[in-house]
Ligand binder design. Structure first.
Ligand SMILES: C[S@@+](CC[C@H](N)C(=O)[O-])C[C@H]1O[C@@H](n2cnc3c(N)ncnc32)[C@H](O)[C@@H]1O
Length: 453
């Protein structure tokens, strides 16, 4: 009874803000300096060593989402409890050459979290059913410099049926009634109905069964929701266990972080209530697929109606030389070249077998275009690899970053060649553009233009 009262009182309290540092581009010590300089205070999130609660020191400090460092991909604004599923899925793992799937991914907080743990190694398939939510997923992956992703647009149930025994790790952050988000929006409780919860539960059961089938033998998955009722949480996982009693192994999350026991269920799941850690509510369960049967050898991949081709050795040599001469950029082994007409792309290695089975809306990183008049480097190359380039780079100041985001060209007093240059601020790539008579022509994609501070 006392807990119930504490629970209801916590639902009325505003939610603490939190962020996760995007270690693909930035690091926690730089973040702490940035945050101090901008009158915020931080507190560590106990289950995620790159996650921080942030408080405003004075009411004048503006929204953190409009800062230059956020726009440049230095961090992701993510609710603290929603960092748990990925921490549970990828505890202390070597992710080199792994195939990882995020089945219900938009807007991408967990896909970018997975991406930063993968460090560009392996393949990250990031899927979303809703067409209107695909754009934000893509722009978050691009902003955060996730280079090894394959973006798909399927019903997750269908996708998993096409890809049996495929994934080493899989996240099903299921659509749900969202009871746990009540502190952000009280309407979720006003609009709640038992019928909706049961309808969701039925959908979640279908999704978890197909997700489990698409796990490799020995593979692991996390099922999570931001809701509180057992119909959408433990009932769904127990349903899976009852359907595949000899194949499902529940992995207890009791040691995920020092205080995990406070929210541990008898089955070993985490049911985070909003009042326990002063967060939103979340449910997380970890499941392993036991090794039970021999899988057949992979057949040779045949690509039909695929618009990309692998370039030949000398074409690759020429482009790699061009990129080295221009940017001192060297492709690493975890990518391979693909070409579509004039476009040159880097796809994650070992993703080819997926193209024979599914259609991807976007894979890897577009590096540039080879025209008769010469080579044009893409903005995506700059956003993803700009901080790995060592030539034709110009360090700029904060005021100049703000100008670029307003859409202005920059004029320089130094003498530069008439050529492409990447602008960098605090080791974060800002944009790429052509210099002519020491005026850098702003080429930042229009959708990114905004007033930053
Ligand atoms: C809880 S949200 C995911 C949040 C996301 N994982 C993140 O952390 O940013 C669930 C997502 O699943 C999508 N969705 C709903 N039904 C789906 C289905 N059958 N297949 C794939 N995605 C689906 C919704 O559009 C929504 O974007």
């Amino acid at each position: 009874m006392k807990n119930l009262k504490i629970f209801f009182l916590s639902c009325l309290k505003p939610l603490r803000k939190s962020i996760r540092v995007n270690t693909l581009k930035y690091n926690t010590s730089e973040f702490k300096i940035f945050i101090k300089n901008n009158s915020f205070e931080t507190e560590n999130i106990p289950w995620c060593n790159t996650g921080f609660f942030i408080n405003k020191n004075n009411k004048d400090s503006k929204a953190i989402g409009l800062t230059d460092i956020h726009a440049l991909g230095g961090f992701y604004i993510q609710e603290a409890s929603s960092m748990l599923p990925v921490e549970a899925l990828l505890e202390n793992n070597n992710l080199k050459n792994k195939i990882i799937g995020d089945l219900t991914a938009s807007p991408g907080s967990k896909s970018t979290q997975i991406g930063s743990k993968m460090k560009g190694e392996g393949v990250l398939l990031t899927n979303e059913l809703s067409s209107s939510r695909l754009k934000s997923l893509y722009s978050n992956l691009e902003r955060c410099g996730v280079t090894n992703s394959l973006l798909t647009h399927y019903d997750a149930e269908l996708l998993c049926n096409i890809l049996p025994d495929t994934f080493d790790y899989l996240l099903l952050d299921a659509p749900c009634t969202g009871e746990g988000t009540v502190r952000k929006d009280y309407k979720v409780l006003e609009n709640w109905s038992k019928t909706d919860a049961i309808r969701m539960s039925n959908l979640q059961k279908k999704l978890i069964v197909s997700a489990f089938k698409s796990l490799k033998q020995g593979g692991e998955m996390v099922y999570s929701t931001c809701t509180l009722g057992k119909e959408e949480n433990s009932d769904v996982v127990n349903f899976l266990k009852s359907k595949f009693p000899n194949e499902v192994d529940i992995i207890s999350l009791e040691n995920l972080f020092p205080e995990a026991k406070r929210v541990l269920t008898k089955e070993g799941f985490l049911q985070v209530w909003p009042h326990v850690f002063d967060t939103e509510g979340f449910f997380v369960a970890k499941i392993k697929k036991k090794i039970n049967y021999e899988t057949s050898d992979k057949k040779k991949t045949i690509l039909k109606n695929f618009s990309f081709i692998n370039p030949n050795f000398s074409e690759i040599e020429n482009i790699e030389k061009l990129l080295f001469d221009k940017w001192q950029f060297k492709k690493t082994d975890n990518f391979e070249w693909w070409v579509r007409k004039k476009e040159w792309w880097l796809f994650p290695k070992n993703s080819k077998f997926l193209f024979s089975k599914i259609k991807s809306d976007r894979t890897g990183v577009k590096i540039g275009e080879l025209h008769k008049k010469g080579w044009r480097t893409s903005y995506e190359f700059c956003s993803s690899f700009g901080n790995k380039c060592e030539k034709n780079i110009i360090e700029i100041k904060k005021e100049e970053v703000l100008k670029v985001y307003k859409g202005s060209n920059l004029s320089f007093t130094e003498n530069y060649l008439d050529s492409e240059y990447i602008l960098i601020y605090k080791n974060l790539p800002v944009s790429i553009g052509k210099m002519k008579n020491n005026i850098w022509k702003n080429n930042l994609p229009r959708v990114l233009l905004r007033d930053l501070w």
